[in-house]
Design a protein around this ligand. Sequence first.
Ligand SMILES: [Cu+2]
Length: 502
Amino acid sequence: MYTDFKKNLTPLALAAALCLTVPALASAAPAAAKGKPAAAATAVKSISLSTGMKDGKMVFLDEKGQANPVLRANVGDTVEITLKSGEGAQHDIVIDELKVASPKFDGKSGAVKVRFKVTTAGKFTYYCSIPGHKQIGMEGTFEVAGDSAAAVPVPEGAVKSVAKAEAGKAAAPRSGVKGGVEQLYTAPGVPGADPRAVSVSMDPNLVPKPIGARAPQFLKWRMETVELTGKLDDGTTFEYWTFDRKVPGPMLRARVGDTIELTLANAKSSKQIHSIDLHSVTGGHGGGEHTQVAPGQEKTIQFKLLNPGLYVYHCATPLVPHHISAGMYGMILVEPEGGLPKVDKEYYVMQGDIYTKHAHGTKGHQDFDVNKMAAEMPDYYVFNGAVGSLTKEHKMSAKVGETVRLFFGVGGPNKISSFHVIGEIFDKVYSEGSLTTIKKDVQTTLVPAGGATMVEMKMDYPGKYLLVDHALSRAGKGLVGAIEVTGPADATIYNATGGMAH
Ligand SMILES: [Cu+2]
């Protein structure tokens, strides 16, 4: 926001040359015009900060490795902060009270600088404005010593030049002048849909083969975290964070007693640190403690699968609900000894809630909204990552007489699901993903955020069976899927026109 603010003021080229922020300019100019003497010689104060993790927090670090150091300057100083991403993730530095904002920087951008003149004494807060970063540690104090009122550090000549630049600008034709002052007060529109957007919606057919009755094994898996612009809805795009470019991430399948070596790689193009916490893993925060991976890096952990069940995995990097909402969740099935009963069809479906700047249905590129997420007010609810994923893009089908098994999970981050299939009854429900306890003949099953369930239904009658969350307002926000069942209609089961034998 402040970056745009400054961009809009580029006609005031001199202001930039003087390293003045707008408020500084505004306060300095009239005072100088009154002929006050210039203040005593002031200094350029250079500060170098990098970013990194320290004691489990994300922080700014000075050259001595001090976390979130108190930055000091005197009224009248020009401050130059050089910023560099130590771990490669994207950050910036903002001081709201002084209207200071640096450009965003990451591992690829290299170091960036922000220069500004301080005219006000006091204690101010500097922080990183990337959603969540302030909350997990990236903030500190900026102390300015001196007397605010006496702050007139601008030489008279410079003020004249500024005035000239202003005059020249006023004379320029208003229409079509990009960056005119009036633009600062224009309500922001919705940016256009990103033409580079790809499909991120996971195909529910991509279920790994059953494990069956084999002995425990040692397995090596590799996953990559990728940030990419994806299609959220027709004409609407969104910045997704993913495991292996899909939402949900790949379904993993093993058996109880297997030992897994999992390597998590974070794509070079990423701006965030990512990680994985698998609910099937005992110890180390499910892996989240030891898989915090910076862009372009990778980490490997090993774990033994001690309990059978259907488990959610997700990214566990702060702000965790942001990473989850942006698409970083999936499931791992740990089959019991001997495997699962055979069925005809298996599908992989997950539910998520998404928070956007603009209302559901807005065309264009939708930005993530951290405040709506904090308030738990989603604009979109999705099965497999996007609106229409399981109705338009991918097909689930069965024939009359076949048994369908759904691996259903809720990534969330916040909303539970009252999972229901319209026109069917779950013959078996493995509640909460517990494969050792079976419930029979269930209409709607509750699935918690970060939880899963396995359901089985024999499809007795043809038709289109809709998957919903029975909190049905959510269907209007994108949450609907379909299983197409074909085959002969048994008139003793259902008869639309009456005349059923009895
Ligand atoms: Cu992440």
